[in-house]
Design a protein around this ligand. Structure first.
Ligand code: NAD
Length: 294
């Protein structure tokens, strides 16, 4: 049993903290939301009055916060002053690569060990304990983190040094955003050409256009395995979150000098869809906007 402080008990963190408690760890949980704290208590965690109080005496600190600014603020003002030497800090939030590297370097100067460990998989996977973790950090940091992350996921992969987990996450999601848009376009063109959607799926899913957005998450209702398209694009991975990750990817591309025109185009299209009031819809719902030529 490990003593774990868990900070950020939202859609994702709530289920993750519950799984750590279920695995027998001593979980001291904190969130700004009293409702989230109540849910954590019901799931077997011990609510703390502040983030700093949760961190005191913990061997491991897990954070699952909205963005880089939250992570840096919580680390600087709550975690660093309260964590004992050699405490392992695991940030599972999706944040920008520079902030991940900056907080890890700051942690190291304070005698702490930090890894970035963003996740693939949504709210259902967080509750079911079937997330994929992509981890950036030292070999020894990864080995310590893997033991904890295995209680919350089905796969834990060491991506490289600090920041590599975030790099893997945003590159993957940029690819996902662009491939979803391209898949939607292909289905819409097929329709205009009089090609049946199911026939196109049968052919393309075993041909060179095959990709995850088509075969596992088809944006056309009634085609392929069950997906948000079969539920009016409710649930799944929200447009707002896809847009957040695309913006992180574009920011990283700008800083590193990478040319990502397809990523930029995907971001512009998802921004337009969000601006139409669709930020809460599943990201495959962008097929509705693409179907309406303006
Ligand atoms: P969320 O908004 O539901 O949860 C964030 C929680 O952090 C909230 O409960 C909020 O009260 C809390 N919080 C904010 N500032 C705090 C502070 N200073 N101290 C303590 N608690 C604080 O977000 P989420 O959907 O759980 O996402 C969390 C992270 O996971 C994000 O970085 C997101 O990009 C990433 N992610 C989300 C999904 C998804 O499907 N929701 C999938 C993969 C990755």
């Amino acid at each position: 049993m490990t003593s774990i402080a868990f900070i950020g008990l939202g859609n994702m963190g709530g289920g993750m903290a519950a799984n750590l408690a279920k695995a027998g760890h001593d979980v001291r949980a904190f969130d700004l939301s009293p409702d989230a704290l109540d849910r954590a208590r019901a799931a077997g965690c011990l609510p703390a009055a502040t983030a700093a109080a949760a961190v005191e005496g913990a061997e491991v600190v897990v954070t699952m916060l909205p963005a880089g600014t939250h992570v840096e603020t919580v680390y600087t003002h709550e975690v660093f002053p309260s964590a004992a030497a050699n405490t392992l800090l695991i940030d599972c939030s999706t944040i920008d690569v520079e902030t991940a590297r900056r907080v890890a370097a700051a942690a190291q100067t304070k005698g702490l060990v930090a890894v970035d460990a963003p996740v693939s998989g949504g709210i259902a996977a967080a509750s079911a304990g079937s997330l994929t973790f992509m981890v950036g950090g030292s070999d020894s940091g990864f080995e310590r983190a893997a033991v904890i992350l295995e209680s919350m996921g089905k796969a834990v992969i060491h991506a490289g040094l600090n920041g590599a987990g975030q790099a893997a996450k945003i590159c993957n999601n940029m690819l996902l955003g662009a491939s979803m848009v391209a898949t939607c376009e292909a289905f819409l063109l097929a329709e205009k050409l009089g090609l049946d959607a199911q026939k196109f799926f049968d052919i393309s899913s075993v041909s060179s256009g095959q990709n995850w957005s088509m075969t596992s998450y088809c944006p056309v209702p009634g085609v392929g395995p069950n997906s948000p398209a079969d539920h009016e694009y409710q649930g799944g991975f929200a447009v707002a979150l896809m847009l957040k990750d695309l913006k992180l990817a574009l920011h990283a591309a700008q800083l590193s000098g990478a040319d990502t025109p397809m990523g930029a185009q995907a971001a512009a299209l998802y921004q337009r869809f969000a601006d139409q009031g669709q930020a809460g819809l599943d990201f495959s719902g962008i097929i509705r906007m693409l179907a309406t030529k303006d």
